[in-house]
Design a protein around this ligand. Structure first.
Ligand code: IMP
Length: 435
């Protein structure tokens, strides 16, 4: 077996799309297992630029088939738009994509509830992407959700949508100012879902059969470790499990099918939306990271908050996910800085902490203990060999490896597929494209 999980080790937006795109030639399937169109994965190759929200990033590789698993929540209008958009640009999707019959639909009612809740919270709002993600997972847990498989029976499907709308309408009465979805919006969603019905299948069986035939699966995590509903900075989190451990069960597979975990981490940190962020920079350096790193959300167009690399949080991410190696992205964004800081511990009420506390108010009070490293102040954009990096950039990478106890097997020096350093260490060498 040679199945790999790629997850985000921070607060999302680490560059997973590029990493999956680069690795996908070694895999027969790319499978997403959590979240929905709150994700935004950017992939660039040749002259093309893809922003994917639902379809796995492996779709850019013609030999890779794609699966959207049972752990996902899927907005049918958004999916149809994305599928049609990719096909218009020459990417074959309908022949290569299977959507789990067990995945839940996001309907206009979910988006209305998401907006109503956020609107009522004022400054305490989570800063969700507004895509109805939380309410869709809520109705799944309430056992009133609508699963994609029902589209195979349009009459039952319509009844389930109507029943769900009745329940959500009741919840919406708690927010008298919130606009309810229009009939046109509901009909558009029904129409989109029914039109996607030919893509629906038993993805668990599909992936198990592939594994039995010795084919390799790349599990593609969305969001990031600190947005995980249990281990993230709760309640400022998304509503799904983002850790590598979810990949197998959220795909309907036994845990033992996973052979390796690659965490993607930026060489600094970003966060979009509300919630505590210990190493956040609100000064000119933070602004520099934002502009040089083009830190604008792919999904919502919001500016991302920026900060130094948080070695404490990253170490927790390595432990929780069972990380074997990291992909360190956007190293080139640090090129101009004279000094680079890395958090190695936190201080809280006179105590030193080596982990992220479970209480968001405590996380908000943390004072990072920084180690200062000299910047390299040389251009690294596009460098593809580790020994071609300036010595100080090599030292920065080595320091992160030492802090986390795992190797940086991939280092990204630009947005394009080619702008990557691959360090061919086992077990990752077997998944890397040939030289
Ligand atoms: P939701 O997932 O839309 O409910 O949003 C919950 C929190 O997760 C908000 O802070 C969002 O900004 C954040 N979030 C959700 N998806 C992503 C992502 O793909 N990248 C970065 N942040 C995300």
């Amino acid at each position: 077996m040679a199945n790999l999980v790629v997850i985000g080790g921070q607060w999302g937006d680490e560059g997973k799309g590029k990493v999956v795109d680069l690795l996908s030639p070694a895999f027969s399937y790319a499978a997403r297992f959590n979240g929905g169109n709150n994700a935004g994965h950017t992939v660039r190759f040749a002259d093309l630029h893809f922003a994917l929200h639902l379809v796995p990033s492996g779709i850019t590789n013609a030999s890779c088939k794609c699966v959207m698993g049972p752990g996902m929540v899927i907005d049918p209008v958004a999916l149809r738009t994305e599928v049609d958009g990719l096909e218009d640009r020459g990417v074959a999707v309908r022949s290569r994509l299977t959507v789990s019959s067990r995945a839940h639909l996001i309907l206009p009612a979910h988006r209305a509830l998401d907006a109503a809740r956020e609107g009522s919270k004022g400054d305490a709002r989570i800063g969700t992407t507004g895509r109805g993600i939380g309410p869709a997972y809520e109705t799944r847990a309430m056992r009133i959700g609508v699963r994609f498989g029902l589209t195979r029976n349009p009459r039952r499907f319509r009844e389930a949508v109507a029943a769900l709308n009745t329940e959500v309408d009741r919840l919406l009465t708690l927010y008298p100012d919130a606009p309810a979805p229009t009939t046109e919006q509901v009909e558009e969603a029904i129409d989109a879902a029914l039109s996607l019905s030919p893509l629906v299948g038993d993805t668990s069986r599909l992936l198990q059969d592939a594994i039995d035939a010795d084919r390799h699966i790349l599990f593609e995590g969305a969001q990031g470790t600190f947005l995980d509903v249990d281990h993230g900075t709760y309640p400022f989190v998304t509503s799904s499990g983002c850790l590598a451990g979810y990949a197998a069960p959220s795909s309907g597979l036994p845990a033992r099918v996973v052979d390796g975990v690659l965490a993607v981490l930026k060489a600094y940190t970003t966060r979009v939306g509300g919630g505590p962020f210990p190493t956040e920079l609100t000064d000119a350096t933070g602004e520099h990271l934002r502009s040089r790193g083009n830190e604008i959300g792919t999904t919502t167009g919001r500016s991302r908050r920026t900060g130094w690399f948080d070695g404490v949080a990253a170490r927790d991410a390595v432990r929780w996910n069972g990380v074997d190696g990291i992909a360190l992205t956007k190293l080139d964004v640090l090129d101009e800085l004279a000094t680079i800081k890395v958090a190695t511990a936190y201080r809280l009420d006179g105590e030193t902490l080596d982990h992220v506390p479970d209480d968001d108010l405590e996380v908000a009070e943390l004072v990072p203990v920084y180690e200062e490293l000299p910047g390299w102040q040389e251009e690294t954009s596009g460098i593809t060999a580790f020994d071609k990096l300036p010595a100080r950039a090599q030292e920065f990478v080595a320091r992160i490896e030492a802090l986390l106890g795992v190797p940086a097997v991939m280092i990204s020096t630009g947005p394009r597929r080619e702008e990557t350093i691959l360090r061919r260490e086992p077990p990752f060498s077997r998944w890397f494209p040939s030289e």
